[in-house]
Write a protein that binds this ligand. Structure first.
Ligand code: GLP
Length: 240
């Protein structure tokens, strides 16, 4: 059963998670952080910045959950750019040690396998930050994803493309495909930290934490993991 912590707002949650990340990195300077994109984890990255003074982050490693397929890496909404802008640069991390899956059309045939091998070679993910989509997706594992799935290419649902259209000029600019760590990949991380804020996430959170474990709600996979922390505000917790 996941530990559920209800916090007053997202910035409190950000502080709690940032404290835990600092603890992990202090105990193991080459710790591996699982990074999420979207708006949800931003308070974590913001809270980390003032806390990292005096912490050696030069050996810290990170793996993003997912990437769009076919979006140039230099596009401001590629997750490679987002992670560089929101995590790597402000926190002073070594860009060579922070990876996103390769969403280029040239690399796609081996990208999943290569990413899995890189995570394994790094010793696995110590702490995986997760947001959740309104349809219950984690990473970009849309409903129907296998719990055993590894990093692979997926088709985005209309719902997710609509949700993410706010980052693009038009919905037609949102890529149709993505490459995402699988639910099986995510479940291998040693500690899962799922964050959700706002009433729009209430249904997904309730399903993930208390609903049946089902591929129809990929976030429910967290119930199969022995060490999960869920941080939610009152609104996101309202369906629990
Ligand atoms: C995106 C990401 C997910 C994220 C989710 C929620 O599509 N691929 O990793 O958790 O959707 O996004 P947000 O945090 O902006 O609500």
């Amino acid at each position: 059963m996941a530990e559920v912590v209800i916090v007053s707002d997202a910035s409190v949650a950000g502080g709690v998670v940032a404290d835990e990340i600092v603890r992990v990195v202090r105990s193991r300077p080459d710790a591996v952080l699982g990074l999420a994109t979207g708006s949800t984890p931003l308070p974590v990255y913001e809270a980390l910045r003032p806390r990292l003074g005096g912490v050696d982050v030069s050996r810290m490693r990170g793996f993003a959950l997912d990437e769009y397929v076919g979006l140039d890496p230099s596009h401001p909404q590629s997750y490679r750019s987002v992670i560089a802008r929101e995590v790597v640069e402000p926190l002073g991390l070594d860009p060579a040690r922070i990876r996103t899956p390769d969403g280029s059309l040239e690399g796609i045939a081996h990208a999943g396998e290569d990413y899995e091998a890189a995570i394994e070679a790094a010793g696995g993910v110590d702490l995986q930050i997760l947001g959740i989509g309104t349809d219950g997706h984690i990473g970009f594992n849309e409903p129907g994803s296998s719990f055993a799935s590894l990093t692979r290419v997926k088709t985005l649902t209309r719902q997710t493309r609509e949700d993410n259209a706010r980052f693009f000029d038009r919905i037609d600019d949102v890529p149709m495909h993505c490459i995402t760590q699988g639910l099986g990949t995510i479940l291998r991380a040693r500690h899962l930290v799922l964050l959700a804020f706002g009433a729009g996430k209430a249904e997904a959170v309730a399903g993930a934490v208390e609903g049946p474990v089902t591929a129809s709600l990929p976030g429910s996979a967290i119930q199969l993991h022995p060490h999960v922390t869920v941080l939610v505000d009152e609104d996101a917790a309202s369906g629990l």
